[in-house]
Design a binder for this molecule. Structure first.
Ligand SMILES: [Zn+2]
Length: 376
């Protein structure tokens, strides 16, 4: 068996359900809670796979929908699979594209059979359904594949949400039927928007299908964060204790901490890398915009306490100059710093769980970290 998950420690307090775990994949071990950097186009923008490895990441995320449209999953299979194609030999999770089909493409037709949509790249027409989505991900050869789901936007009414949740359930069953790659595991995605009753029903039905892992989809799509946390409070306790729980599209440091304390094991988000490219850098005191005039003559690093390559070698003044001059090294150094920040955050969280100090860690984090409004 190529996929295994083991809970090493679980806290069971009223406001703290955090757990430490380990995921075994065909391409190595992943310690949880984990943050997965996003490499949508088979590359994490602005950083070498070697550097991702050196930063200590053991799993990254890529996207079936994007790779299906370009360069095509058959080509990637011919090139030896996604790991070989992109030069990354550790674990990869591929999202099915359910979210992208409904948010990026122009939908021509959607029904229980699948979705006909136009490519956002060249307007060409495509049809995908659970069988196709499994074919794509099996060709890519990721370690963890995701079922095809229908993600509802925020806000959505109850009728639309119910319909999408039911479709997600029947598509999950279909995906299970067509998925047959032994060195790849398949996770389910629960939907149901912000409706507690739909979420619960969808979740319980999916649990009956006995998937090796469960993701919460359709969150972090623009809703106020307290509403997302409420859903986690409601749904996470229903999920099987012995299987990984993955909160999709969430990566703001404060949301990760809130997710972890509610028992989430896995996170992914474009936020750290996208912010890095835009000069929005994470520090222990919150985010800073490095292009701000206040950093013009700042000779110190972005974060005094950061041990990343960027902070060890460059001043804020230099970074600001690179961004303003539109030099490509600016986004590269910003990405290295932000990913290092995320890696360190997850290590600190795991250490705090191990030492029963998560509550004080959380308190210290909020005392220092200025939370700014951002959707994810
Ligand atoms: Zn740094």
């Amino acid at each position: 068996m190529s996929f295994q998950f083991k809970v090493l420690k679980e806290i069971n307090e009223a406001n703290n359900k955090a757990r430490l775990g380990i995921i075994k994949t065909t391409h190595g071990i992943v310690e949880t809670p984990v943050f997965m950097p996003v490499g949508t186009q088979a590359t994490i923008k602005g950083i070498l796979p070697k550097e991702i490895d050196e930063l200590g990441f053991s799993i990254i995320l890529s996207n079936a929908y994007h790779l299906f449209l370009r360069p095509g999953h058959q080509l990637i299979r011919e090139c030896g699979g996604l790991h070989k194609f992109m030069g990354w030999d550790k674990a990869i999770l591929t999202d099915s594209g359910g979210f992208q089909v409904f948010s990026l493409g122009r939908i021509n037709k959607i029904n229980d059979d699948g979705v006909t949509f136009q490519s956002y790249i060249d307007g060409s027409t495509h049809f995908i359904n659970p069988e196709k989505v499994m074919e794509i991900q099996m060709a890519l050869g990721s370690d963890i594949a995701m079922v095809f789901d229908q993600c509802t936007p925020y806000p959505s009414n109850k009728y639309e949400t119910q319909l999408a949740a039911e479709r997600t359930y029947s598509w999950a069953k279909e995906c299970q039927k067509y998925h047959n790659r032994k060195d790849q595991t398949l996770f389910a995605i629960t939907q149901g928007g912000l409706f507690h009753d739909i979420r619960k029903e969808n979740c319980l039905k999916l649990i009956e299908l006995d998937f090796p892992g469960y993701a919460l989809g359709g969150l972090s799509v623009g809703e106020p964060k307290p509403l997302m946390y409420e859903i986690l409070d409601h749904i996470v306790p229903l999920l099987p204790a012995g299987k990984p729980r993955y909160l999709m599209g969430v990566g703001a440091p404060e949301s990760i901490i809130e997710g972890v304390t509610r028992g989430i094991d896995m996170f992914d988000c474009v936020l750290p890398t996208r912010n890095g490219r835009n000069g929005c850098l994470f520090t222990g005191n919150g985010k800073i915009s490095i292009t701000n005039a206040r950093y013009k003559e700042e000779l110190g690093p972005v974060d005094q306490n950061c041990h990343c390559y960027t902070c060890q070698n460059f001043s804020c003044a230099y970074l600001r100059h690179l961004y303003l001059a539109k030099e490509m090294l600016g986004p590269i150094l910003g990405t290295i710093h932000n990913l290092h920040f995320m890696k360190q955050l997850m290590e600190n969280i795991r250490e705090a769980i191990l030492e029963d100090k998560l509550e004080s860690f959380k308190r210290d984090f909020y005392n220092n970290y200025l939370v700014q409004e951002e959707t994810t």
